[in-house]
Design a protein around this ligand. Structure first.
Ligand SMILES: [Zn+2]
Ligand SMILES: [Zn+2]
Length: 135
């Protein structure tokens, strides 16, 4: 019989902690590498954890990079329907833009007779301050 792995913590908690510590976007495979020491050794575990965290709004997928970042607002304990992520086209650093006014404006499309149908992520291609300083 196959040895069952005993995780001290659920995979979702480990994945979220790792992303929060990194302060950078990580791919599912980078997460898998980082968590092997914790007994996580198959990609489906990582993908399931990421899907759950994403549906809870604790993690956002960065489509431009095929990677994930921890939500910068997670400590506020409310899932926001829209996240604005700036993605540096040079160094690939991802920041969650904390402009409540823009987010609220887009979340409330009522002025245009619409409303946001599902959780959405808007990615802004930028050059970050550090990259601009070296150009
Ligand atoms: Zn967020
Ligand atoms: Zn940059």
């Amino acid at each position: 019989m196959a040895r069952t792995s005993h995780l001290a913590k659920p995979a979702t908690a480990l994945v979220l902690e790792t992303l929060q510590k990194q302060r950078a976007a990580m791919s599912a495979y980078a997460l898998l590498d980082a968590l092997r020491a914790h007994g996580i050794n198959s990609p489906p575990i990582i993908y399931r954890a990421l899907a759950q965290l994403e549906s809870e709004g604790q993690v956002h997928k960065v489509h431009a990079l095929g990677s994930y970042v921890a939500c910068a607002h997670a400590h506020q304990h409310h899932a926001h329907a829209l996240s604005l992520l700036s993605v540096c086209v040079d160094c690939k650093t991802v920041e969650e833009v904390q402009d409540g006014a823009i987010v609220q404006h887009i979340e409330q499309l009522r002025g245009l007779g619409m409303q946001l149908a599902e959780q959405a992520t808007v990615e802004l291609p930028v050059r970050c301050a550090a990259c601009l300083a070296t150009h």
